[in-house]
Design a protein around this ligand. Structure first.
Ligand code: F6R
Length: 277
């Protein structure tokens, strides 16, 4: 896992946007996994600025939301279908028919979850999945105890998550009890994972996810098993990391090739370590 520590939330957004742009330049028909919540908002805004400047074209990009509340009416301002349409699809000029959100309103929620995984598979799989992290270590709405191999399915939100998300609703009671979320197995199949976290309230969860044991009790720890996972953290979210100095050292030496005394032909011309993580 690569851990990028930057000073503030603005830099988190810029780094995350840069990672998406690199992937988009490689593949204009990128399949992008979309987190909601507040963590990725500034990154989406940064991408929107570049779209408006004519630098990026998201019209061929497919999008898959991470999750959706169960039972909110389609027009509810906090349903993730509404949030994604308003905060991502419109500002990034994405093609609405290419963006998918699990259907949390149908009669058969299990079928909706299966259909969602099937739609991801039919797209060829998610290239880049953007993630936030809950204060209890959840990603998507995979609460502690979620199977590390779980598929998209119905979950019950933890009281902590409902309390954290009550800020988007009129009251705690208005926060839905249930959701449909991509499973940890589903998320792990994305080719690249980018988790963004800002602020002191995320520090303990970030440290547990990055440096603790891989365990269903900290769902984000599944990132440790992924070959291409990056956490982009501001200083406050990184504050509890025991190996913080090492991550900064890695970043400072990224792309740099050491010249060894006595090895006059090393480094060979053109050797690049740009992939060093
Ligand atoms: C949202 C999601 C959640 C959030 C997490 C952090 O689609 O899947 O895992 O990323 O709850 O929420 P914020 O960013 O609001 O702190």
């Amino acid at each position: 896992m690569e851990i990028v520590i930057v000073d503030d939330a603005e830099q988190v957004a810029r780094h995350a946007a840069d990672a998406v742009v690199r992937a988009l330049r490689r593949k204009p028909t990128l399949v992008l996994g979309l987190a909601t919540g507040s963590s990725p908002v500034a990154a989406y805004e940064e991408l929107a600025r570049r779209v408006q400047a004519g630098e990026l074209d998201f019209s061929g990009v497919q999008g898959f939301a991470l999750d959706e509340y169960v039972g909110l009416r389609a027009t509810h301002p906090e349903s993730y279908a509404t949030v994604i349409a308003r905060d991502v699809v419109a500002p990034l000029h994405m093609t609405p028919s290419l963006v998918h959100v699990p259907d949390g309103r149908g009669q058969d929620l299990d079928a909706a979850a299966r259909d969602f995984d099937a739609a991801i598979a039919a797209s060829g799989g998610i290239d880049v999945q953007i993630l936030g992290i809950g204060a209890n270590g959840h990603i998507g709405f995979n609460e502690p105890g979620s199977s590390l191999r779980s598929r998209t399915r119905v979950k019950t939100l933890a009281a902590r998550t409902r309390a954290d998300n009550a800020r988007f609703f009129d009251s705690f009671e208005d926060v839905p009890l249930h959701c449909i979320t991509q499973g940890l197995g589903t998320i792990s199949e994305a080719r690249e994972l980018i988790l963004v976290a800002q602020g002191a309230t995320k520090a303990a969860a970030v440290a547990a996810a990055a440096e603790g044991p891989v365990t269903a009790m900290c769902p984000a720890s599944v990132l440790q098993l992924h070959p291409r996972a990056t956490m982009i953290l501001d200083a406050k979210a990184a504050a509890d990391l025991a190996h913080r100095d090492y991550y900064l050292h890695v970043a400072a030496n990224k792309g740099r090739v050491q010249e060894y005394a006595g090895l006059s032909d090393y480094p060979p011309t053109g050797l690049e370590l740009s992939a060093a993580r």
